[in-house]
Design a protein around this ligand. Structure first.
Ligand SMILES: C[S@@+](CC[C@H](N)C(=O)[O-])C[C@H]1O[C@@H](n2cnc3c(N)ncnc32)[C@H](O)[C@@H]1O
Length: 302
C-alpha cells in the first residue's frame, strides 16, 4: 500500500523539480541576455575599411565618366615616362591594381604580353571594358574586387603597377606588401601618386578630402620612398610630372558635399598668393589653374 506520506513526498519532489527548471531557465536566460551581446557581436576589426570602401564605390560610381574623360589622365608623355622607368616589354605580364577605368592598363597593354586590371568600383570596370573595345586590345582581363588582399597567387606577374590609388587606401603599406607578394622575384613594382611637400601635405589633404570625400591621405615622396625601402626593392628609378587642372573643370568632375565646392573656391583663391596647398595655384586669364605634383617610383623585387 502506498502511504499518504509517500504521495505527499512525491508531489513535493515534482513541484520542487518544476520550480528548479523554471527558475534555472529564467536565470540562464537573464545571464545569456547580459553576456551574449558582448561576446556574440565581436567588433569587426575591418569595419573602418568596409565603410571606406563603400565611400570609394559611391564616389567612383559618380566619377567614372568625368574621370575617364579628363584629358590630363591620358597624357601620353606621362605614359611614356612610366614605360621608360618600368622598362615594360612584350614578355611582361602586368597587374594594374585599383585600375579604375583602365587608362593605364590600356596604355601598358599596347606593349605588354598581358594586363590584368582589378578595381573595387564596378562602374569604373564598365568604363575600362568600353575603353578596351574602343582601342581594340585583346590582351586584358578585368576583375572587380578589393586590392586587400589581392586575389592572385604569389609571384603571378612580372610587373605590378598602380596610379593615383595609394592616397585612397586606409593601409597603403599592407597593399604594397600584397603588390610585392604577387610580383615575381626579379619583377618590377611601380607606384604613381600625388606627393605634396612635407610642409604642405596637411593643407593638401584637407583640400583634397573636401573635393573627394573618399580621399584618405597623400604621402610625401619621403614617406613613399620609406615604404619602398621597407620592402627592399632594388634598382629603384624615379620620375616626376605635374598634372595640370583648371579648378572649375575639376570641380565639375567632382562630387563634394553640398557647400564644400564654395569652400574649395575660397581655398584656391586664397592660395593664389600663399601657395599653402602645394599645388602651385595660379591664374591664367581669370581662371584658377593648379598642378598636382605627381611622383613615379619603380623598384625591382629581390
Ligand atoms: C583616382 S582613381 C585611379 C584609377 C586609375 N588607377 C587611373 O590612374 O586612371 C582611384 C581608383 O581606385 C579604386 N580603389 C580605391 N580603393 C580600392 C580598393 N581598396 N580596392 C580596389 N580598388 C580601389 C577606385 O575604385 C578608383 O577606381
Amino acid at each position: 500500500m502506498v502511504s499518504l506520506k509517500s504521495i505527499v513526498r512525491v508531489i513535493i519532489l515534482v513541484i520542487s523539480g518544476i520550480a528548479i527548471v523554471v527558475v534555472g531557465g529564467f536565470m540562464m536566460g537573464a545571464v545569456a541576455r547580459l553576456w551574449l551581446p558582448k561576446h556574440k557581436k565581436k567588433p569587426d576589426p575591418n569595419a573602418d575599411t568596409h565603410e571606406h570602401n563603400k565611400s570609394i564605390i559611391s564616389q567612383f560610381t559618380k566619377q567614372a565618366i568625368p574621370f575617364t574623360n579628363k584629358v590630363g589622365h591620358s597624357n601620353e608623355k606621362a605614359f611614356e615616362l612610366m614605360f621608360e622607368l618600368t622598362g615594360v616589354c612584350p614578355s611582361d605580364t602586368v597587374l594594374d591594381i585599383a585600375c579604375g577605368s583602365g587608362l593605364v592598363s590600356c596604355a601598358f597593354a599596347r606593349i605588354a604580353n598581358h594586363v590584368t586590371g582589378i578595381d573595387i568600383t564596378p562602374a569604373m570596370i564598365e568604363r575600362a571594358k568600353l575603353l578596351q573595345n574602343e582601342k581594340q586590345l585583346h590582351n586584358i582581363t578585368w576583375k572587380i574586387g578589393d586590392v586587400l588582399p589581392l586575389p592572385f597567387e604569389d609571384e603571378s606577374f612580372s610587373l605590378v603597377i598602380t596610379r593615383y590609388s595609394f592616397h585612397h587606401f586606409v593601409n597603403p603599406k599592407a597593399v604594397l606588401d600584397e603588390m610585392k607578394r604577387v610580383c615575381k622575384v626579379g619583377g618590377r613594382i611601380m607606384i604613381v601618386d600625388v606627393t605634396p611637400d612635407a610642409d604642405k601635405v596637411d593643407a593638401y589633404n584637407y583640400m583634397e578630402k573636401l573635393r573627394d570625400t573618399s580621399h584618405t591621405k597623400a604621402l610625401t615622396t619621403e614617406q613613399l620612398q620609406k615604404m619602398i625601402n621597407d620592402i627592399e626593392l632594388i634598382n629603384q628609378k624615379k620620375g616626376f610630372y605635374g598634372l595640370e587642372m583648371e579648378l572649375e573643370d575639376q570641380l565639375s568632375a567632382s562630387f563634394p558635399n553640398p557647400g564644400d565646392d564654395e569652400k574649395l573656391r575660397q581655398l584656391f583663391t586664397e592660395d593664389l598668393t600663399v601657395n599653402k596647398l602645394g599645388v602651385n595655384s595660379h591664374l591664367v586669364g581669370n581662371k584658377i589653374y593648379f598642378i598636382y605634383p605627381t611622383s613615379i617610383i619603380v623598384g625591382q623585387r629581390q
